[in-house]
Ligand binder design. Structure first.
Ligand code: HEM
Length: 492
């Protein structure tokens, strides 16, 4: 535990360098198996998915335990099958106006820094932007968090993120999880209860308001899409869960169809099918709806705002790459007045730069899976109940796959370069049916914000820009002390 006081990335990398790409350590009494071998990762995340369906997580109270990250077995599969279609291409197109409103607020806030010419923390601006997007798409609330820091939503969200996971109680519950789990449930945690109460009651209030509104007057956001899913027939089978595939197909698939053969093959032993072999009718409870709104915070806030910050940091340090991004977005805006879900795909170089930022600084640099029953993969024995720590962060910097891994080279992500690489050495959003369900929302949000930003401004490094950047690597990789740069307005 002392080893990890300063974060997980460095000590885990040291363990792998010393002991190899399948190795382990004890977290308290818990054996952890670290895997940084791309073939074994493929086997665990995709090929033998049925044996590694669940994650091991500490959060055991509502609404957190109802969110997709934490759910297990049949409940996970049911909720994911309802939530996945809400991230389809057609549904994301509906989110574009909401993201645009938040992008306008971001541009106004950046303008103030451009006018002042002073150094500022651009990561903070992106945190406000991401918070605005989450408030809008998941909590049905319009916010300009940068200019309204006293808004209760901002206040409670900041309180949540300020909570330290390295407190004695949390440390104890990791070290002695069996003894502590029941205690943690009953020990009062006033601050946490206050935060949960605020968000649960805001969401429940909005749900009630929506129910009272005529359907055509309801705001179109993720909350509404999930509310609609309660009565709708939209749900998809396991083979459609992987968000790197089937992007537009999700909009046209047939629902509630008999299990496809591939799904039967990989369905989890716990997951019941009806006697006819059909998937059970999918429904989602109110508690689960609240849980999914929270997932945007837990999985979407820090990851997305850090990625925006890292991309700007790297482009500020590589002005030649920033010029290429600017040429591309300038040309884009001669053809389009707005950025939307479809035309944003034209921004190929911007996308390559973001991919490279996610390689160098992957916010989700490790994720875990539980072993359901004893198994052997590539000659390596994995005992039932062990926790596998899938350490993608190591592979992202492995010189075996990435020459000069520390260098920022967006051209590593041309289609040809990608085709020549093992697909499991780059996993910023995980892989397989349990990968990041919000991936396409994150990509849309990031590209929309950066397209506008680099069209109007240049990001410039200065003496306060830290090289190398200080990182926090506990649950995610994030800037430790902000990202300080200057910004200048462009004449376009
Ligand atoms: C750049 C931004 C993001 C990054 C880098 C990222 C990364 C990840 C990673 C690495 C995982 C684990 C995948 C695995 O275990 O195989 C994950 C899971 C997840 N992410 Fe994201 N994420 C991002 C944004 C978002 C957003 C905006 C949402 C909003 C809903 C989201 C929702 C989730 C959920 C719900 C899961 C768990 C899925 C499940 O267990 O079924 N993520 N993400």
């Amino acid at each position: 535990m002392l080893m990890f006081r300063e974060g997980f990335l460095k000590p885990l990398s040291e363990i792998v360098k010393t002991h190899g790409k399948v190795c382990g350590y004890y977290l308290g009494r818990k054996p952890m198996v670290v895997i940084a071998d791309p073939d074994i990762l493929r086997q665990v995340m995709v090929k033998d998915f049925n044996n590694f369906t669940n994650r091991r997580f500490q959060l055991t109270t509502k609404p957190w335990k109802d969110c997709l990250l934490m759910l297990r077995n049949e409940q996970w599969k049911r909720v994911r099958s309802v939530v996945t279609p809400t991230f389809s291409a057609a549904k994301l197109k509906e989110m574009v106006p909401l993201i645009n409103t938040a992008t306008d607020a971001l541009m106004n806030n950046l303008s103030v820094h451009a006018e002042s010419g002073k150094v500022f923390d651009i990561h903070k601006c992106f945190q406000c932007f991401t918070m605005d997007v989450i408030a809008s798409v998941a909590f049905g609330t319009n916010l300009d968090s940068q200019n309204n820091p006293d808004d209760p939503f901002v206040h409670y969200a900041q309180m949540f993120f300020a909570m330290s996971f390295f407190k004695p109680l949390v440390l104890f519950s990791i070290l002695f999880s069996k003894i502590m789990a029941p205690l943690v449930r009953i020990i009062p945690n006033k601050r946490r209860e206050e935060i949960d109460k605020f968000f649960i009651s805001s969401i429940k209030k909005i749900i009630k308001q929506r129910e009272e509104q005529p359907p055509d007057q309801r705001r179109r956001d993720f909350l509404q899409l999930i509310l609609d899913a309660r009565t709708g027939q939209e749900s998809v089978s396991l083979e459609h869960f992987d968000t790197t595939k089937h992007s537009d197909e999700l909009d046209n698939r047939s629902q509630q169809t008999p299990l496809p053969v591939s799904d039967q093959k990989i369905s989890h032993p716990h997951i019941q099918k009806s006697s006819t072999g059909h998937l059970q009718k999918k429904t989602i409870t109110e508690d689960e709806i609240v849980g999914q709104a929270f997932v945007f915070f837990l999985a979407g806030y820090e990851t997305t705002s850090s990625t925006l910050g890292f991309a700007c940091y790297l482009l500020a340090l590589h002005p030649e790459c920033q010029s290429k991004v600017q040429e591309e977005v300038d040309d884009f805006f001669t053809r389009h007045d707005f950025v939307d879900y479809t035309n944003v795909q034209e921004l190929k170089y911007l996308d390559m730069a973001v991919c490279e930022a996610l390689r160098i600084y992957p916010p989700g640099f490790r994720f875990n899976r539980e072993v359901y029953h004893d198994c052997v993969i590539n000659g390596q024995f994995f005992p039932k109940g062990a926790t596998l720590e899938l350490f993608s962060g190591f592979l992202h910097h492995d010189p075996e796959h990435w020459p000069e891994p520390k260098k920022f080279i967006p051209e590593r992500f041309t289609p040809e370069a990608k085709a020549n690489r093992h697909p499991f050495v780059y996993l910023p959003f995980g892989a397989g049916p349990r990968n990041c369900v919000g991936m396409r929302l994150a990509q849309l949000e990031i590209r929309m914000a950066l397209a506008h930003l680099f069209h109007r401004f240049s990001v410039v490094s200065c003496s306060e820009t830290k090289v190398p950047l200080d990182l926090k690597t506990f649950s995610t990789t994030a800037p430790k002390n902000g990202i300080f740069v200057k910004i200048t307005r462009r004449n376009v």
